[in-house]
Design a protein around this ligand. Structure first.
Ligand code: PLP
Length: 432
């Protein structure tokens, strides 16, 4: 595998970009080695600057659910570009995307578009506080909700693999209203609610993806519903990653969670910067200009981004790929377990809809603690061998891998071979 051009660009990038990246996980810190620079992508495959091609399971960390370069999406974006980039005024596209999104989420009467998942979540929290007139929020360790101050505690993936407990530059006061609970552990939530009558909301990734894929138990979800009702706190479902990945709507719905406010991002922009938060009428009434909770954005609802979102969700709805996603994810799970067994490597595979990943541990992974029992050195070896075999997954143990509608039988065959070779490498590493 040639990496000359990537190496060159990395060196060049270090001069004026921080770590040569604009988002830390891209720096490959947790797997070591030189980050790969990408150049183009088509359907299920992505090509780097040295012209290596990979079956892409990163998919821009989720957004490219239709694969790369979907013709309908490209056409919609080109049409929008020709009309103008941004107007600072309302456009019809915003109304169209809002209808598609609200129709997909029964709990959502109204929605507000923003530019990223981070913005969606920080606004949702402001909204929960405005609505309940309370200050505290309960968040789960290992869940990531973007990089706003109040949520940079015990926040999974990027932070988890860098072993940072939080982040420098976040004042203590900014996180003093953030209470931490354990995923899949109802008692840890109940305790906070017993002790405080100032809790506005519980925020959760209904299927966690930012500590690797972690699925909640039925009892946990049922219990959360009960606690929220009993203590009159809102539930914020952060569906930025999981939204539209297990069915045409939120994972929370499949799981039976009663969500009050829903946050979206990633898929709804189809690769353009779009986030959103929405809720029932009575809650959304709080948001300016209808109510007193201020939240704004110069580029929010950008017409080109809206066009990409509308085309992506329309195509996705038509394709209805979810049964296929389940089957493909099951197939990949089998590949991983079979290869692990053959080469005597211990792995646990978690999956939900089109999110899946392998943890290099024999423990059942149900929360951040059990996820962290993974052997990240084995993961790094696995990751690099997969790349050499033409398969790209996120460069960190604590990230989900994503499926797109464009995966072919040939891709899966290559994936199976690559997984087998990569597990072999892991076992060689262990024996040395
Ligand atoms: C990615 C993600 C975010 C942050 O979204 P950005 O667009 O990166 O700001 C928030 N919550 C969850 C669950 C995510 O996966």
């Amino acid at each position: 595998m040639k990496t000359n051009q990537s190496k060159k660009l990395y060196k060049k990038g270090l001069k004026h970009l921080v770590g040569a990246v604009n988002s830390p996980v891209r720096a490959f810190s947790s797997v070591g080695g030189n980050p790969i620079f990408m150049e183009s992508a088509h359907k299920s495959r992505i090509q780097d600057v040295d012209h290596n091609t990979y079956v892409d399971y990163v998919l821009s960390y989720g957004p490219m659910i239709l694969g790369h370069g979907n013709k309908k999406v490209i056409k919609a974006v080109k049409t929008a570009v020709d009309k103008g980039f941004s107007f600072g005024a309302s456009t019809a596209g915003e109304i169209e995307l809002a209808k598609i999104v609200c129709d997909a989420f029964p709990e959502m009467d109204k929605v507000r578009f923003v530019n990223s998942g981070t913005e969606a979540v920080l606004s949702a929290i402001r909204l929960a506080r405005a609505f309940t007139e309370k200050d505290e929020i309960i968040k789960f360790s290992g869940c990531y909700h973007g990089h706003s101050d109040a949520l940079l505690v015990a926040a999974g993936s990027g932070l988890a693999t860098l072993s940072m407990p939080g982040s420098k530059g976040v004042p203590k006061d900014a996180v003093k209203n953030t209470l931490i609970a354990k995923y899949n552990d109802l008692e840890s939530v109940a305790q906070h609610l017993e002790e405080s009558d100032n809790v506005a909301a519980i925020i959760i990734e209904p299927v966690a993806g930012n500590m690797g894929t972690v699925v909640p138990s039925k009892a946990f979800i049922k219990g959360l519903n009960k606690l929220a009702r009993k203590y009159q706190v809102l539930i914020i479902a952060d569906e930025v990653m999981a939204g539209f990945r297990s069915h045409f709507g939120g994972a929370y719905e499949l799981l039976g969670l009663h969500a009050d406010i829903i946050c979206l991002g990633k898929v709804i922009g189809g690769g353009m910067p779009v986030g959103a938060y929405g809720a029932r009428e009575e809650i959304m009434q709080m948001v300016a200009p209808l109510g007193g909770m201020y939240q704004a954005g110069t580029l929010s609802g950008n017409p080109i981004a809206m066009a990409a979102g509308i085309a992506t969700l329309s195509e996705l709805k038509k394709a209805n790929p979810y049964e296929g996603f389940n089957e493909t994810a099951a197939q990949i799970e089998n590949m991983l377990l079979k290869a692990a067994k053959k080469h005597h490597v211990k792995v646990t595979v978690n999956r939900f809809g089109s999110m899946i990943n392998a943890f290099f541990t024999e423990q059942t992974v149900v929360d951040f603690e059990t996820a962290q029992s993974s052997n990240v050195k084995e993961f790094a070896t696995f990751f690099w061998e997969l790349l050499r075999q033409g398969v790209s997954i996120p460069p960190a143990q604590f990230e989900a891998w994503f499926l797109s509608t464009t995966l072919t039988k040939k891709d899966l065959k290559q994936t199976a071979l690559a997984i087998d070779k990569a597990m072999e490498k892991v076992s060689e590493m262990k024996n040395n």
